[in-house]
Design a protein around this ligand. Structure first.
Ligand SMILES: C[S@@+](CC[C@H](N)C(=O)[O-])C[C@H]1O[C@@H](n2cnc3c(N)ncnc32)[C@H](O)[C@@H]1O
Length: 231
């Protein structure tokens, strides 16, 4: 996914895509009475998100399924009322999709690029998402200011790099949830040492959105071991 959703769009502003009947049904289930906010977010992605190069114009027809719904269904893996940090949010995926679905969470978006941070701030204000903050920072330096229960990410880096960036934000308690592709299991094997070194335990491949999306979202979940119990 890295690369295909980035880079300035050559085309002009696009129209927000209308979801198919199946996508609308899934969106109603995931966003409930906040569905209108999700529509508005997709509108931002399809217009200013493309104009300002946060996504490529080819992504417009797949904003609902490949991006917003694919990310929002991860909400089913997140307990009620917890603090969440989204590493490398870009255009707010999965962080803003989760924030729309789950007003009970407190969400910190971590994104180093200024123009992306500015866009995220504007969208958050327009949608009235008071439970979301944006931090202009890199994941590897954010642990001094951020302490959360769940760390999410999508299309940021391979697990070998992502685990040492994400685990410190949990401060020894909680879970990282990384949206991954079909090779999630192989990535876990490759990252075995990095997971152990970062204090991660019980890496598993989960799915979210079963029965809701034609292709459920694949997620790597890794728990944080409390500092005194690490081997
Ligand atoms: C390919 S984009 C993915 C954006 C979004 N997560 C998505 O799935 O659409 C990767 C994002 O990670 C951010 N990033 C790169 N290095 C980072 C770091 N060290 N810490 C936090 N974010 C980083 C980039 O600025 C970019 O927005």
């Amino acid at each position: 996914m890295t690369g295909s959703i980035d880079g300035p769009g050559a085309a002009g502003p696009a129209r927000p895509p209308i979801p198919t009947r199946e996508q609308a049904r899934a969106a109603d289930r995931v966003f409930g009475d906040r569905r209108e906010l999700a529509d508005r977010y997709v509108g931002h992605l399809a217009t200013s998100g493309i104009e300002r190069g946060l996504l490529g114009p080819r992504e417009v027809p797949r904003l609902w399924d490949r991006h917003v719904l694919n990310c929002a269904v991860v909400e089913e893996l997140i307990p009620a009322g917890v603090r969440v940090a989204d590493v490398g949010s870009g255009a707010g995926l999965p962080g803003l999709a989760l924030a729309i679905a789950r007003p009970d969470l407190r969400i910190d978006l971590i994104e180093p690029l200024e123009r992306r941070v500015a866009w995220l701030d504007e969208v958050i204000e327009d949608l009235g998402l008071d439970h979301v903050r944006v931090h202009r920072d890199r994941a590897e330096t954010a642990a001094s200011t951020i302490d959360v229960d769940v760390v999410t990410s999508r299309a940021v880096s391979a697990l070998t790099t992502l685990v040492p960036w994400s685990m410190p934000l949990l401060h020894g308690s909680g879970r990282m949830l990384a949206i991954k592709g079909r090779s999630a299991g192989e990535e876990i094997v490759k990252a075995e040492k990095a997971i152990r070194r970062a204090g991660g335990v019980r890496p598993v491949v989960l799915t979210a959105g079963d029965g809701l999306l034609p292709v459920p979202t694949t997620v790597v979940a890794i728990d944080a071991a409390p500092a005194g119990t690490r081997r």
